[in-house]
Design a protein around this ligand. Structure first.
Ligand SMILES: Nc1nc2c([nH]c(=O)n2[C@@H]2O[C@H](COP(=O)(O)OP(=O)(O)OP(=O)(O)O)[C@@H](O)[C@H]2O)c(=O)[nH]1
Ligand SMILES: [Mg+2]
Length: 134
């Protein structure tokens, strides 16, 4: 089975809002909401891929990224390892640079079912941590 290594950015602003983008209609997990990111290319570290993908997909230059979690998930015909980073420092203003819809959502208001199934535990963790801290 194909196995992808993916770098993913949880972009969070000072209002505890997280930037989400909508996946394209013709992609894997079409039309679901996602944290921007993409495949780690050969020779790249997860953090390098994160910076490249966030620039390509949202236009921001990441200046600091913290490892947040690593999740392994097997879909019907595809295995993914998602390397999640918490991004709280960047230059620019994120937007759907590839034309994809986007929105900011309060961390505590995230809805797991809007994301690909691999994200469910991660979204649960983010919601739990938002109740502790805010
Ligand atoms: N970016 C992103 N991908 C995710 C998330 N959750 C999740 O299961 N994935 C899966 O990770 C895989 C790779 O992500 P991607 O499609 O963004 O990769 P990419 O930007 O390199 O795509 P491309 O082939 O169009 O260049 C997809 O199969 C996607 O369904 C998520 O929150 N964000
Ligand atoms: Mg992508």
């Amino acid at each position: 089975m194909k196995h992808l290594q993916v770098a993913v950015g949880i972009i969070r602003n000072a209002n505890q809002e997280i930037f989400l983008a909508r996946r394209a209609a013709d992609s894997h997990m079409a039309n679901m909401w996602e944290f921007p990111g993409g495949k780690i290319e050969p020779g790249e570290s997860a953090e390098q891929a994160l910076k490249r993908e966030l620039l390509e997909e949202t236009g921001i230059e990441v200046t600091q990224a913290k490892v947040f979690d690593r999740v392994d998930h097997t879909y019907q015909d595809l295995r993914v390892t998602l390397h999640f980073f918490l991004v709280e420092a960047w230059n620019g203003e994120p937007f759907g640079r590839e034309g994809q819809p986007q929105r900011w959502v309060k961390q505590r208001d995230l809805v797991a079912e809007e994301f690909p199934p691999a994200n469910y535990p991660l979204v649960a963790r983010l919601k739990a941590e938002s109740h502790q801290n805010h």
